[in-house]
Design a protein around this ligand. Structure first.
Ligand SMILES: [Zn+2]
Length: 510
């Protein structure tokens, strides 16, 4: 038995390792098993992996450095994609004067229950209340009205990285908090077609990003009228399936039509130079720190977090068995991996044993652990341990960096495939309402069913089964021209039996 295995023994507790449970518990404590209480498991992982913590401010979390590092990687990946498609970043005020917020009727109605207000500045009452932005269409639209005068000023493609506040009654770290971080893109275009193209382009970026970087398979499609963004003409979303079979809306992109342009007078002189000014066509789109919650719930297991390598703050953690000249060798390996662009940390803390470190980094989801001891050095090898499969792979020091890079790619892909398989196993098509109800009571997941397009059927399904219509996937005709972009459907509405206009995906959702 190698030294690594000796050191690792007692903390492993992997699947099929149940008889060592007692020892395992001594190290990996305080994480509730998923099957016992998924929601408790989630909170345990968030806290124990030091991703976020509660604060004295109700509903607001502190994002700890390890969690924030994941957010930074998400930001970088998205920012690169936005810029590659012509978008630029800017910043707008946190406060929105009440009169402005009131201008777009549907928008106000949708957001007012969640708005936090500032009524005093210093020791004076304000003449006009200031809303703390729940989203920025209003303030950005006001500025666009100043900046856009002619068709030559279009398109405007601006993104903002910011915090927003929505007063929430029930909160959960990353998934729903009163204040959260996000990006919000706001664009203005000359034509309706261009705005629609932008809306779908961004949804495509979100899908590609979430699937490639976060290894989360998503369904992209259009929201129903009742689920669309307040003030939008059309809302599109990407929807992921979490480990407990509930759906998570992971990103949304809205075609705002001319609704905000009319409310905020975003007008321009057209190409024909006509005296008549035209209203711009606008879009908005966003993803938030909620994505971190998605990563936790898509990939994690009873031992804790499992991070996809692309967003892991540390892709490799080196745990040396601190004897002989192991440490200098470990440092050498660290430098070699770092030179290949691998995010690597050497855990050379004296205060903790290797066994404790194994358990700790496993719980914190580091994709690859690299163990090195005196015997490994004799054999010119190290031991690599995969977090996702728990495989242990003796690997030659010669060519190590290349092997690590390949393994990280393999882990990334493996996590995506596993999540996709899970979704496929938890998606079923139903043709009767009884089947839909039974599906929602039994093993949860996505349920695909015919829908007539009626708000009443949708509302009754929600009340009676708690399932919401997540979206209507693009199907085979993602042109944006058909009413719901879906493939033509034959069949009946699962609720009322009328001919169905779309095939919708339902689920219980976060
Ligand atoms: Zn119906």
């Amino acid at each position: 038995m190698s030294e690594q295995m000796t050191a690792g023994q007692g903390r492993k507790g992997g699947k099929g390792d149940g008889n060592k449970g007692a020892k395992k518990d001594a190290l990996v404590t305080e994480i509730t098993p998923q099957t016992e209480d998924f929601s408790r498991w989630y909170l345990d992982v968030v806290r124990r992996a030091e991703l976020a913590d509660y604060t004295p401010v109700k509903g607001c979390m502190a994002i700890r450095p390890y969690g924030y590092a994941i957010w930074e990687l998400i930001q970088q990946g998205l920012d690169r994609r936005f810029k590659a498609t012509g978008h630029v970043n800017a910043y707008f005020p946190l406060f929105i004067p009440e009169k402005l917020l009131m201008r777009e009727a549907e928008h106000v109605e949708g957001f007012s229950p969640q708005v936090a207000w500032v009524t005093r500045g210093g020791d004076e009452d304000l003449e006009e209340r200031l809303a703390i932005r729940p989203t920025s269409e209003v303030i950005i639209g006001t500025m666009y009205a100043k900046w856009i005068k002619s068709w030559r000023d279009l398109p405007v493609l601006i993104n903002q990285w910011a915090n927003v506040v929505r007063w929430e009654k029930v909160t959960r770290p990353f998934l729903r908090t009163t204040e959260f971080l996000w990006q919000e893109g706001h664009t203005a275009h000359e034509t309706e077609a261009e705005a629609q193209e932008e809306t779908l382009r961004i949804l495509g970026i979100y899908k590609e990003f979430v699937e490639t970087e976060l290894a989360m398979p998503v369904i992209d499609g259009q929201k129903s009228e009742s689920e669309k963004f307040a003030g939008a003409s059309k809302t599109y979303s990407i929807e992921a399936l979490m480990g407990d079979g509930r759906a998570l809306q992971a990103g949304t992109s809205h075609n705002l039509g001319q609704n905000f342009a009319k409310a905020f007078e975003i007008q321009f002189q057209g190409r024909d130079n006509a005296a008549q000014m035209q209203h711009a066509w606008t879009t908005s789109w966003g993803v938030s720190t909620r994505l971190i919650g998605g990563v936790i719930m898509t990939h994690g297991d009873d031992s804790g977090l499992i991070l996809p390598p692309r967003v892991a703050p540390y892709q490799v953690v080196i745990v040396p068995i601190p004897r002989g000249d192991v440490l200098p060798k470990a440092r050498e390996i660290q430098a070699q991996l770092a030179a290949q662009g691998v995010r690597v940390m050497l855990d050379d803390r004296d205060a903790y044993t290797p066994g404790w470190k194994f358990a700790e980094w496993e719980m914190r989801g580091v994709p690859l652990r690299l163990e090195i001891g005196p015997k490994d050095i004799e054999k010119a090898q190290v031991m690599l341990a995969r977090r996702d499969t728990r495989e242990k792979l003796p690997t030659a020091v010669d060519g190590l960096a290349g092997a690590v890079v390949r393994l990280l790619d393999e882990i990334q892909k493996g996590l995506y495939d596993r999540a996709l398989r899970f979704r496929e196993e938890h998606t079923q098509r139903v043709s009767t309402y009884e089947e839909l109800k039974a599906a929602m009571e039994g093993r949860p997941g996505f349920v695909i069913a015919g829908w007539c397009g009626g708000a009443e059927c949708e509302a009754r399904i929600k009340t009676e089964t708690q399932a919401t219509l997540r979206n209507i996937p693009f199907g085979s005709a993602p042109s944006g021209s058909a009413p719901f972009n879906a493939a033509p459907v034959s069949g009946a509405c699962v609720k009322c039996g009328q001919p169905s206009s779309a095939e919708a995906w339902f689920a219980k959702a976060y």
